[in-house]
Design a protein around this ligand. Structure first.
Ligand SMILES: NC(=O)C1=CN([C@@H]2O[C@H](COP(=O)(O)OP(=O)(O)OC[C@H]3O[C@@H](n4cnc5c(N)ncnc54)[C@H](O)[C@@H]3O)[C@@H](O)[C@H]2O)C=CC1
Length: 565
């Protein structure tokens, strides 16, 4: 997924715990993992030496109370904040009494003569490939409903070892919890009736309703307050605070709004807390963020803000931050905050799509279908999401499919500048679009464009488990040329008799409709990966052919929609 994650955020830094913030986390922060060794910014062919890890990342945490306050963490200096908001240095608003943190409430070119049918899946022989795109072996495509008859099961493969931590992380992610961001974006529950909502939730929602029309102003003011009061935090943010800057604020507000949905919220916040380790976020940063949050809300919710409301926000933010802090602390024992990964191969498949393989500096456990966040040396602190284009490998290498999109900083750097020897940074694996090995349902997979990457991983995962499961892959592209990885998919089809691959060329965005011509799909679980619009129409098409929503998996639409790079 080429979805940006977190150019912003979140994380401030530094805060010394005893500096009079209105909120003091109950647990004192552990020594943080600050971002360090950032490569010089540039757009050219700078080569970057592998930065040294500043701190051993894995260590016991102990109880929160046993942790000690960290030294100031900002190791990078950056441009001063450009956001200026009137009264940014106003006196802080009236503060409600500090609450105790409530730990107990933790809650994818064949040649142009290709004959892939337009708007429906291909049948018959594949056209030959153009020069530079590998083999010319015509391959016969299966017809839906027949490809698996009389075919044997694939040879069992050795089970892939995963670390306890990766498995735990995988288990912990339900469909209801997108990997990042708004946990309710794809499955937004109906708002709890006012009389079922907690008193704090009612006050929180009242504030949210008032500030909604001026959300942009609240966002600007929030960051201005944060950086003016805590300029040391600015270095943890990207040099350019673009449209993604509000992801932290948005996440916090979303969480606050759904405080009554403790189960989903807790899982979301724990993931959010773990994910923020790669930014160098420390427990002591949370008060600064909380102050800015309250400051911005109180400034713009003028007609509804009162002591009671502020107290509700303080309690709510305290709970939110404590869950994130605890989750990050627990994760410190299990995994590094981030990994360095050296580019070992760079295969430019089309003028704007590259298949990039990297070697992490430490073991990197993940589950097929997941994705990671990735930072390049050219654009420090700008992270983007990419899916692993394969199941875990014994040599530990990881592969990504990257399409350079207009104005895409990270994607253009990766496609047009990255070369073997360059060193990237990776965040932890995330995502729940993974194979459920507890059933023997068939897999109906739709991969649009570079969205074919995680679909390939799912196919490899099924192959490694050695079970007889039918896998039907529809590979959508706007032109034949855009089927940049069809060779690989067809080779997999030749190897695995249970696998059927159907390229679907369509430039009118009707790709998902192809599945309607095949089936039936009653005994299948569906997996969707591609542009947001494809996901939406795909879900619609799949539900229309009788696949229940709980058997349809895809990554967070919220993240895909946010993809600008
Ligand atoms: N690189 C990666 O690891 C991953 C990328 N993605 C996402 O996949 C997308 C790939 O973009 P491109 O390769 O430029 O894809 P694209 O825009 O060329 O579209 C790919 C296919 O989806 C169909 N499609 C596009 N919009 C549609 C709509 N609204 N309704 C129905 N069908 C539609 C197209 O007709 C085509 O068949 C990006 O949004 C990326 O974020 C998703 C998962 C992994």
């Amino acid at each position: 997924m080429d979805a940006p994650t977190t150019t912003s955020a979140d994380h401030g830094t530094s805060g010394e715990n005893d500096k009079g913030g209105w909120f003091t986390p109950r647990k004192q922060p552990d020594q943080g993992h600050t971002a360090s060794g950032e490569a010089p910014e540039g757009t050219g062919r700078e080569r970057t030496a592998v930065p040294k890890r500043p701190v051993a990342s894995i260590r016991p945490v102990g109880s929160g109370a046993s942790r000690t306050a960290p030294p100031p963490s900002a190791t990078e200096s950056d441009a001063p904040p450009t956001e200026r908001v009137a009264a940014a240095d106003d006196d802080p608003p009236h503060r409600a009494p500090l609450p105790e943190a409530r730990h107990d409430q933790d809650p994818q070119h064949p040649a142009a003569q290709g004959r892939y049918p337009q708007h429906h899946a291909a049948q018959g022989q594949m056209p030959q490939h153009e020069a530079g795109h590998a083999h010319e072996t015509p391959m016969r495509l299966h017809l839906a409903g027949h490809p698996h008859e009389g075919q044997g099961a694939p040879a069992p493969a050795a089970p892939q070892a995963h670390t306890q931590e990766a498995q735990a992380a995988h288990r912990s992610q339900s469909r209801e919890v997108p990997a990042y961001d708004d946990p309710f974006a794809d499955h937004r529950p109906p708002a709890a009736p006012a009389d079922n909502a907690s008193p704090d939730a009612i006050l929180i929602r009242r504030t949210m309703a008032e500030v909604a029309p001026v959300a942009d102003k609240v966002t600007s003011y929030f960051y201005a307050l944060l950086f003016v009061r805590h300029p040391e935090l600015r270095g943890l943010f990207p040099a350019a605070m673009d449209s993604q800057r509000d992801r932290l604020l948005k996440a916090l507000l979303t969480a606050a709004e759904h405080m009554d949905n403790a189960e989903v919220l807790t899982e979301y916040l724990q993931h959010l807390g773990r994910g923020h380790r790669k930014y160098g976020t420390q427990a002591a940063h949370y008060p600064a963020v909380g102050e800015a949050l309250i400051g911005a809300l109180s400034r713009y919710a003028t007609s509804t803000w009162d002591e009671e409301t502020e107290a509700a926000w303080v309690r709510t933010y305290t709970t939110i931050s404590q869950i994130m802090i605890d989750a990050a602390a627990q994760n410190e024992r299990l995994a590094p905050a981030w990994w360095h990964a050296e580019v070992v191969s760079h295969d430019l498949r089309t003028p704007d799509i590259a298949i990039i393989t990297v070697r992490p500096d430490q073991p990197y456990a993940f589950v097929a279908g997941q994705y990671t966040s990735l930072e390049t040396p050219w654009w420090p602190r700008i992270w983007r999401h990419y899916s692993f284009a394969g199941a875990p490998r014994s040599d530990g290498l990881l592969t990504f499919h990257v399409k350079a999109v207009p104005a895409g900083w990270v994607s253009n750097a990766l496609v047009h500048h990255a070369r073997p020897g360059d060193v990237l940074r990776l965040g932890p694996p995330a995502g729940s679009m993974t194979v459920d090995h507890t059933t023997d349902n068939g897999l109906l997979c739709l991969g649009g464009g570079t969205g074919i990457a995680p679909i390939k991983a799912l196919v490899e995962d099924v192959a490694e488990h050695g079970t007889r499961r039918l896998v039907e892959v529809f590979y959508g592209a706007r032109t034949n040329f855009d089927l940049y990885d069809i060779d690989t998919m067809l080779r997999l089809q030749q190897t695995h008799p249970w696998l059927s691959v159907r390229p679907v060329v369509d430039d009118r965005a009707h790709f998902p409709d192809a599945v309607r011509e095949f089936g039936p799909w009653y005994e299948y679980s569906a997996y969707l990966s591609g542009p947001p619009g494809m996901i939406r129409s795909g879900v619609h098409a799949l539900r229309g052919i009788g696949i229940p929503v709980d058997r349809i998996r895809h990554d967070s639409l919220e993240e895909l929609v946010a993809a600008g790079d």
